[in-house]
Design a protein. Structure first.
Length: 435
């Protein structure tokens, strides 16, 4: 069987499994991530055993993955922007932002301490100073929750308070952009300075990302009015997606590719989506008295389809490239996962303090910790740079992907079990009241 036929069969199978996983997810509490990762593991094992992927094919696959990852990052951030409701964000911002920031920061700190500890014990061949950076990177990769899992699950829980749904939704929407931005910032600091220079990194971060914010808002306001003129044309929703890619590319070139321009482009896509998703609200804020304009539902549905295809590919691809050649990586992933549960418990207590949250709601928020697409993409595409170029340790190849796989799958299972248990408790309460 030739490479093209094999690729078509694999791609078709991935899409079918993605549909089946989504179908099961919509009728149960089992996230499609679980099925996609397991399927990827099976496919990866078969491919390695049969020797289908040779070095030349692997190189092409890596190039394709890198290109696809850039598209995925743009779409994740754009998706995060159009799904942020500014009014709801302001309404639930204090506790939602508190949960977002505390959970992300505590995840990063715990991961850094664990990596530093195991490297000090000689389990990982990393110097103490570099182990802190690797822990910082890994913690940033896995620091967010997945909105495609959290938001639908929260809406299925009938007895969940609206403020709880709002807080968890705000967290899941904001954390993917935060993870991507932080990892990109660390990447550019190391690439251009060879290490973590806080002062230089802060200056570069502020300059490049502020440029991304301003340009993203400007392009968004311009496109709002153009989009309103062309929205009745056939396939106009494809044009909006094309403009998203152009915004990313233009901002990256304006800022400079060697000055962190791709990071600025990514932020611009987030702000571009924020403007398009909240056009009417933003125009009212700037005292525009004309007709309110914002993205139509058809464009949002098309974008949801694009996100579905990308999610499906990357979760299966993550499962395929995970080799689990070293038991230490699995154990490290499990160890981090255990401490992430503890961190989640602490952050939920902090963010709900004196907020009159019910006990069931707090339990739900604790279980709503599934990691998702951002962690997979960052591990696949930035992990090799930190291992090979920064550390120069071939023995650590697969570290980021293996550990991230364990955490993504583990948090998805925890979320599934937790939500299923809460649903059963809800049904018991409802039946008890009926009696």
């Amino acid at each position: 069987m030739d490479l093209v036929t094999s690729a078509m069969i694999t791609l078709g199978a991935i899409m079918v499994l993605g549909f089946i996983g989504n179908y099961i997810f919509n009728r149960s509490q089992i996230p499609s991530i679980v099925w996609l990762l397991i399927f990827g593991l099976i496919v990866g094992y078969i491919v390695r055993e049969l020797g289908i992927i040779n070095p030349a094919n692997q190189y092409l696959l890596n190039v394709f993955s890198e290109f696809f990852a850039a598209i995925a990052i743009v779409i994740i951030l754009f998706d995060g922007g159009i799904n942020i409701d500014l009014y709801q964000l302001f309404k639930g911002a204090p506790r939602g932002l508190l949960l977002t920031v505390t959970n992300f920061c505590l995840t990063v700190i715990i991961t850094m301490l664990i990596i530093f500890g195991i490297s000090s014990l000689g389990i990982l061949p990393i110097s103490p100073d570099k182990s802190i950076i690797i822990g910082l990177v890994l913690g940033s990769m896995i620091g967010g929750t997945s909105s495609p899992i959290v938001i639908p699950l929260a809406s299925k829980l009938k007895n969940l308070q609206e403020k709880t749904k709002m807080v968890t939704s705000i967290e899941s929407i904001l954390t993917d952009p935060i993870c991507i931005v932080v990892v990109l910032a660390i990447f550019y600091m190391i690439k251009f300075t060879g290490g973590i220079d806080i002062a230089l990194g802060a200056r570069n971060l502020v300059s490049t990302f502020s440029a991304g914010i301003v340009l993203g808002i400007v392009f968004g306001l311009i496109w709002l009015f153009i989009m309103n003129k062309v929205r009745k044309e056939q396939f106009s929703y494809v044009l909006t997606l094309a403009v998203v890619f152009l915004v990313y590319s233009c901002v990256a070139l304006i800022v400079g590719l060697d000055q962190g321009g791709t990071g600025a482009g990514a932020i611009a896509c987030l702000m571009f989506g924020l403007v398009l998703g909240n056009g009417k609200k933003i125009l009212r804020m700037i005292k525009y008295h004309g007709k309110g304009i914002e993205m139509d539902n058809e464009t949002k549905q098309f974008h949801s389809l694009t996100s579905f295809v990308i999610r499906t590919f990357f979760f299966v691809y993550l499962g395929m490239i995970v080799a689990f050649q070293k038991t230490e990586f699995i154990l490290i992933g499990i160890l981090i996962l255990i401490f992430l549960i503890l961190a989640r418990y602490i952050t939920v207590l902090l963010s709900t303090y004196k907020g009159n949250f019910e006990k069931d709601d707090m339990q739900t928020m604790i279980t709503m910790m599934p990691r998702g697409l951002a962690a997979a993409i960052l591990a696949i595409n930035f992990g090799p740079f930190f291992i090979q170029d920064f550390l120069g340790e071939e023995t650590l190849t697969g570290f980021f992907t293996d550990v991230s796989f364990v955490i993504i799958l583990g948090t998805a299972i925890i979320c599934t079990i937790g939500v299923s248990y809460i649903c059963r408790c809800e049904m018991k309460k409802i039946n008890y009241k009926k009696e």
